[in-house]
Write a protein that binds this ligand. Structure first.
Ligand code: NAD
Length: 443
């Protein structure tokens, strides 16, 4: 099928490449000329493992193209995926201006029947809003709007797109469902579950899923606080909880609070959607509050570990909101570094992929070449993102580089006994029991 994907960011580019790999003819459109120029020259503008290979393959085989010509792409496509950003507005609601712009362009340029698919995460009622924009225009062609939210995770986006847990299709007519099944034919034959529902339910599934995952993270982060206060080990508590099949082990890693381009904005938007229909979504409201508190706690944790951050130099390892991405949106490293700087600390940092994206986001941050040069002369090193290259650091070399051997591990990736045996003062998240156990064992 001829498909246009509008918006060639993390989701649009993976969707375009994935749909081309499924055998569709795909044209990816963006208003960002630099991005399209780079893609035409074979350069991938984001860091996403495996994306370069699948893009190159489908370009070479003639199923994938890039353009800034929105009108031409709309005219030639039977199905149009909207994959533009829906960033948060200051009141927490989703900014739908890019989606509305695209809908107006579709209304303006369409010259035949169109299947319009929202891939972007959009509030409930957006499908109807797009229908309204098309109906108000003067064209005479049928258009149907389908919600097909995306659940890929940055860092494993290709795998998630090619083999998703489910495909959600919100539609209001059988023909649209049949077209969607044609587009996703390889998944259908792989027996991936398809959830076919109305547009409103599909739009809500995305927010409910992300809201629930954010809840799980905030929940375990509060359990971690209790562990610190009462002498537990959150790793053991999470394992004990997660082995219960009703709970499951995923999203039970305590850490510096959730971040990234989805959970913070989608939980705020879900709270806003609820308020707008005269309902306070109490759980989501507190999940958001807890996440803010956890982020502030991380600054306090580092402050305590160095005996007061004022005048100290602190190294931060990892800036991206998670490993295997260069995405800095709402990363926990932002409030951590800003918080330490506002306490009077000097901060040095390194990230394997996100430094270009991070450069414009911080003031007075020294960017370093690797973990050891970051640690040079620091009063503490703080592990903020669990990139693989930080999992097996040479502790002796790290200690030599540091002014004081203080390691604050906000991702709990190190074995406390091993790090302490190497001569470090070690702080992690929610692992008080371990300290007590070892102190008692040693006494
Ligand atoms: P992004 O910012 O990386 O990409 C959006 C792209 O849209 C940009 O390249 C921008 O230039 C382009 N754009 C904006 N207006 C345009 C227009 N009128 N015409 C053509 N292009 C236009 O955003 P993203 O991370 O890919 O997210 C896109 C949507 O997918 C959001 O709603 C997001 O919530 C959702 N989503 C994101 C993820 C993720 O992990 N990033 C996962 C699932 C869902």
């Amino acid at each position: 099928m001829n498909i246009a994907v509008i918006g060639t960011g993390y989701v649009g580019l993976v969707t375009g490449a994935g749909l081309a790999d499924f055998g569709n003819d795909v044209i990816c459109v963006d208003i960002n000329e630099k991005k399209i120029e780079a893609l035409k020259a074979g350069k991938i503008p984001i860091y996403e493992p495996g994306l370069d290979a699948i893009v190159a393959k489908n370009v070479t085989e003639g199923r994938l193209e890039f353009t800034t010509d929105l009108a031409g792409a709309i005219r030639s496509a039977r199905a149009i995926f909207i994959a533009v950003g829906t960033p948060p507005l200051p009141d927490g609601s989703a900014d739908l201006r890019y989606v509305a712009d695209v809908a107006r362009s579709i209304a303006k340029y369409m010259e035949g029947p169109k299947l319009i698919i929202t891939k972007s995460t959009v509030p409930i009622g957006t499908g109807r809003m797009i229908e309204g924009i098309i109906e108000e225009s003067e064209h005479k062609h049928p258009a149907s709007v389908v919600s097909n939210p995306e659940f890929l995770r940055e860092g494993s986006a290709i795998e998630d797109f090619m083999k998703p847990d489910r495909v959600v299709i919100g539609a209001s007519d059988e023909e649209s469902v049949a077209l969607m099944k044609e587009i996703y034919a390889p998944l259908y034959s792989l027996a991936i579950p398809f959830v076919v529902t109305n547009v409103e339910s599909a739009e809500l599934i995305k927010y409910a899923a992300n809201g629930f995952l954010a809840t799980k993270i905030s929940f375990i982060n509060e359990v971690a606080v209790l562990c610190e206060k009462l002498g537990g080990d959150v790793q053991d508590v999470a394992r004990g909880m997660g082995l219960d099949h009703r709970i499951g082990p995923k999203f039970l890693q305590a850490g510096p609070g959730y971040g990234g381009s989805c959970f913070p904005k989608d939980s705020s938007s879900l709270a806003d959607i609820s308020r707008k229909c005269d309902y306070t979504f109490e759980i989501i409201e507190s999940v958001i509050r807890v996440n803010d508190q956890i982020k502030a706690r991380m600054v306090e944790k580092v402050d305590q570990a160095v005996g007061g951050a004022a005048g100290k130099t602190i190294g931060v390892l990892g800036l991206a909101f998670k490993p295997e991405t260069d995405d800095m949106r709402d990363s926990p490293s932002l409030p951590l570094i800003e918080g330490l700087q506002s306490l009077g600390a000097t901060v040095r940092a390194y990230d394997p992929q996100a430094m270009d994206a991070a450069r414009g986001m911080f003031e007075n941050l020294t960017f370093c070449d690797d973990a050891y040069s970051t640690a040079q002369g620091c009063d503490a090193i703080v592990l903020c993102t669990e990139w693989n290259e930080f999992r097996a650091l040479n502790l002796e070399r790290l200690k030599q580089a540091l002014k004081k051997p203080v390691l604050v591990d906000l991702r709990n990736i190190y074995d406390p006994a091993r790090v302490r045996a190497a001569g470090f003062e070690y702080t992690s998240v929610g692992r008080a029991a371990e300290v007590r156990f070892h102190e008692e064992a040693g006494s």
